[in-house]
Design a protein around this ligand. Structure first.
Ligand code: DAH
Length: 339
């Protein structure tokens, strides 16, 4: 019997030396210690022994069992260690490789100009009102003193949705919404997208404006000039001068075109200002009495001034962009230049 025990032990040892995976170890465990394994088989032999011999065999088998368990356990630790090592190797990452940095976007130049203007106007007490892009003919034109069949309609080539519904051609209808829903004093800016059936290097079917409207008692063209000068200096530099030239808009009377002295040549005359020393930047004027009246504000008590700024025009001047279509081409090489 003793010989058999040592043979078993020897066999276990041999099998263990070549066992190099947890799977094989489990198989060895089952073969020797399992329910139908070799060691359990030995105990079954007890039945054939005399009762007094049985305890001894029991002890010997138990001792064999613990020796085998011990052997397997030691081997198990070594195998586990090796497997772990291999896993580390297989899954190793080179932490010295340069990382992949997620690409950061930039703001579109039009958004930058818009944010800058909103900031500047907020500093002067203007609040933002954003109106709808789909407007009625009444609000986009008629309330602003542009009746049907009026020649001024030709100034703005319109996208009609139905005979009476259209895509707003300017942000001026923002004035109407604000004046019909609130009482003076009013001081708002209306930034937003606008649409006209135009398409060339300086006109795009979709473009952006900021409308400004101030209504209060005793306002004059001087207030308009002072406000715009402040804003234009903020955009083009504090050395520029501004001038007002007579113009025509149906919703303002008098109407003006606002020029800034050329910020490239300081007014001497260059390519940008076409030799004139001045650059036209926006339209403005005193709110027409008829418009105030249309919106329920008494023109004998209140006066107002208004202006409309084209954001593409400002951005093109400021950043020397030659073609308005570049804003809408979605070319990242273009957009990323304005950080
Ligand atoms: N709405 C005009 C346009 O799109 C711009 C404009 C001119 C707005 C004069 C005004 C203004 O408020 O007073 O051409």
């Amino acid at each position: 019997m003793a010989k058999k025990f040592s043979e078993i032990l020897q066999e276990v040892k041999e099998k263990l030396t070549s066992a190099d995976t947890s799977k094989i170890l489990t198989e060895i465990k089952v073969d020797f210690l399992g329910k139908n394994g070799v060691v359990t088989g030995l105990l079954k032999g007890m039945r054939d022994l005399a009762p007094e011999e049985r305890p001894l065999l029991g002890q010997q088998v138990n001792s064999l069992r613990s020796q085998i368990e011990e052997l397997i356990k030691n081997r198990e630790e070594a195998v586990k260690q090796r497997e772990l090592q291999k896993k580390f190797q297989d899954e190793a990452i080179d932490i010295t490789l340069p990382g992949k940095v997620g690409e950061l976007g930039t703001l579109h130049p039009i958004t930058m100009v818009k944010n800058d203007l909103i900031d500047a106007f907020s500093g002067l007490g203007f609040v933002v009102y954003e109106g709808p892009e789909i407007e009625s003919d009444v609000v986009n034109f008629q309330m602003l003193n542009i009746p049907e069949d009026h020649p001024a309609r030709d100034m703005q080539d319109t996208f009609y949705i139905t005979d009476s519904i259209l895509l707003r051609t300017h942000t001026s209808p923002g004035q109407v919404h604000v004046m019909t829903s609130s009482k003076p004093p009013i001081k708002v800016m209306c930034p937003g997208r606008t649409y006209r059936s135009d398409d060339d290097a300086t006109h795009s079917p979709i473009f952006h404006q900021i409308e400004g409207l101030v209504v209060d008692k005793n306002l004059s063209l001087c207030d308009l000039k002072g406000t715009l000068e402040e804003i234009l200096k903020h955009i083009f530099g504090k050395d520029i001068k501004t001038r007002l030239r007579p113009s025509y808009f149906p919703f303002t009377e008098p109407s003006v075109e606002v020029d800034v002295s050329c910020f490239e040549c300081g007014g001497k005359g260059c390519k940008l200002c076409k030799g004139t020393g001045w650059i036209e930047v926006l339209g403005a004027g005193m709110v027409n009495r008829k418009v105030l009246k249309n919106c329920g504000i008494d023109p004998d008590v209140y006066t107002g001034y208004a202006f409309g700024i084209g954001l593409e025009r400002i951005a093109m001047l400021k950043y020397h962009i030659p073609d308005i279509r570049m804003f809408f081409d979605d070319d990242l090489r273009f957009v990323k230049q304005f950080k």
